[in-house]
Design a protein. Structure first.
Length: 579
């Protein structure tokens, strides 16, 4: 149960000063809490023996006031140190988790659902915070406070009465330990179910347009109702066990009170203890209710925290399939070469790239075309170093890509993906994401290159217009051109456009291509497209099919050679003439 504390030993070592002070103050606070009942008992005995004087009463009252003020100050400081530390841990682990998310390769996200990752970054971290904050409190308080009270009861009142009154406590500890194990198992299951629900909500919101288009709102609502019911049921399995702790504590406490009252009265009659002592003993016994209840909470909190920490550490311990080299090189050129490259995705059952050979000199443009699923995007992902290189070599600037860090590779590249992911910010902020320090003039130039200037004028707030989550508030063509402007403002040595002109008309496409040609003289460009008009100007065009290059050459050479390229060109020309 306490293994969660050993797993977090690195944090306690890092913050040892904070926790040592907090624990010491907590122990002092325990002493300030147990003195008043003892004084009350003594005062009652003074009254009984008619020894209480005005001076003595005044001293007792002053002592009470001073003790209360000191106790208040001590409680404030130890609570501040303890719970501030728990918030610090949550913040630290959240930052580490976010850093992990940002550095992991796509294969990590292929096997981990977004909703489950969100649950680990929210609910699970919250449970860990509770463990380090309230869990440490209950651990220290339930043990030291209970031990202090028991020692006071045994040494200052009656060890006999203390022994018999505390006999029910071991049974409580045994039962609560068994309940704690069950809570750990059921809590893990409930958190997994919560992650599934998170993922379903995320997909439903992202696909709301498709849902409405197919009138599936009612079906999704029923499905979500069933899922939330399942989540509630699983959490209720945990709460049913949790609800047993307090009744058990109350029952044990009542048994102790019955023993204390019955046997204590007998000891008073026998003259072995005073009435004031019996009253003090019962006050102490009443004070034991919180430590006994805290033990129940302790089992619960520690088991939940342990389950959550295991889930978080499962992500933190994940090893990225793409490790940066210990000694890296920074490419000083921007020529790109593929030498007999074979590649297969981790979850794929077939080879996705076969014997790919391409040599692109600095300043040249490469066009990649082919039917859907031919391997165009896979080829680009190899340059971006998103997956481990298969057989063969890929080089940038004369150095194989394995010798470079992911950061160095991507710093040289401006990439526009076919998904055109935008952030829920303004148009201007999305463009500046490519280069945060860009000036207004540089932003305007990037917008011009993306042929987006006129569109900006018609947006409600111009560059300050919010694009909505993933660009939901603007058209597909506008999203593509904002993405192109975001890449162009970086002025990269290598520009990659992955089917990034599919949502614009032919006139806009021509204008963008012309702008790219004029502004990127001497720099390398790679364009993957379905429309052949986007790559006609390229120095080299490769036609791909099932991961293989089946044709290569310039536009005019490929037309003369016939085959897929010439057939596709004729179809597209016929389509444009019909339009």
């Amino acid at each position: 149960m306490f293994s969660v504390l050993f797993k977090l030993g690195w944090f306690f070592k890092q913050e040892k000063k904070r926790y040592i002070i907090a624990v010491v103050l907590l122990l002092v606070a325990n002493v300030t809490e147990i003195l008043p009942p003892w004084i009350i008992g003594k005062t009652i005995d003074y009254i009984n023996s008619e020894e209480l004087t005005q001076k003595l009463l005044t001293e007792i009252l002053v002592f009470f006031v001073v003790l209360t003020v000191i106790g208040y100050g001590i409680h404030y400081f130890w609570r501040y140190l303890l719970f501030n530390g728990s918030q610090l841990l949550e913040s630290l682990m959240r930052r580490k988790l976010m850093a992990k998310f940002l550095t992991m390769s796509p294969s990590f996200y292929e096997k981990n659902r977004t909703g489950d990752l969100m649950a680990r970054a929210t609910n699970d971290l919250s449970a860990i915070r509770q463990t380090v904050g309230f869990g440490i409190l209950t651990l220290i308080d339930s043990t030291t406070f209970m031990a202090t009270i028991i020692l006071m009861m045994g040494f200052t009142i009656s060890w006999k009465l203390t022994f018999f009154a505390l006999l029910p406590l071991p049974f409580l500890a045994i039962i609560e330990q068994r309940l704690g194990k069950l809570i750990h198992e059921r809590y893990t299951v409930s958190q997994d179910a919560f992650g599934d629900m998170n993922d379903d909500v995320l997909e439903s919101i992202e696909g709301i347009r498709v849902t409405r288009a197919f009138a599936q709102e009612e079906n999704l609502n029923h499905k979500f109702f069933a899922m939330t019911t399942d989540v509630v049921n699983k959490f209720m399995h945990v709460e049913r066990l949790d609800a047993l702790f307090k009744p058990l504590t109350i029952i044990v406490t009542m048994l102790s009170f019955i023993i204390a009252l019955g046997y204590g009265s007998f000891l008073v009659n026998q003259g072995e203890m005073t009435i004031g002592g019996l009253i003090t003993f019962n006050v102490y016994l009443n004070m034991l209710v919180w430590p006994m209840f805290a033990i129940g909470l302790l089992f619960n909190i520690m088991q939940r925290g342990n389950a959550s920490l295991d889930r978080v550490m499962e992500v933190m311990d994940e090893v990225d399939v793409l490790q940066d080299p210990v000694e890296s090189v920074v490419p000083d050129g921007h020529q790109v070469a593929f030498q007999n490259v074979d590649f297969q995705y981790p979850l794929s059952e077939s080879v996705n790239l076969k014997a790919v050979d391409i040599e692109l000199k600095a300043g040249q443009t490469l066009g990649t075309v082919g039917p859907t699923g031919s391997g165009k995007t896979t080829l680009i992902k190899q340059i971006l170093k998103e997956y481990p290189v298969g057989q063969g070599n890929i080089s940038l600037g004369g150095h194989v890509i394995q010798q470079m860090t992911k950061q160095d590779v991507r710093n040289k590249i401006g990439y526009v993906s076919q998904e055109n992911i935008l952030f829920s910010r303004t148009v201007k902020e999305n463009i500046k994401f490519g280069r945060p320090d860009a000036t207004d003039e540089e932003i305007a130039y990037a917008i011009h290159l993306a042929n987006f200037t006129e569109d900006v004028k018609h947006l409600p707030q111009g560059l300050e217009t919010l694009v909505g989550e993933k660009g939901i508030a603007i058209s597909g063509g506008q999203k593509q051109r904002i993405s192109i402007a975001r890449a162009m403002i970086k002025d990269p040595e290598i520009l990659i456009l992955d089917d990034s002109l599919s949502a614009v008309d032919a006139k806009t496409e021509t204008a963008i291509i012309d702008n790219i040609q004029q502004s990127r003289r001497g720099k390398t460009t790679i364009i993957a497209a379905h429309r052949l008009s986007a790559v006609q100007h390229a120095d080299l065009i490769v036609v791909m099919s099932h991961g293989e290059i089946i044709q290569r050459g310039r536009h005019d050479q490929l037309l003369q050679a016939g085959g897929w390229y010439q057939e596709q060109f004729d179809r597209q020309q016929l389509g444009e003439e019909e339009q």
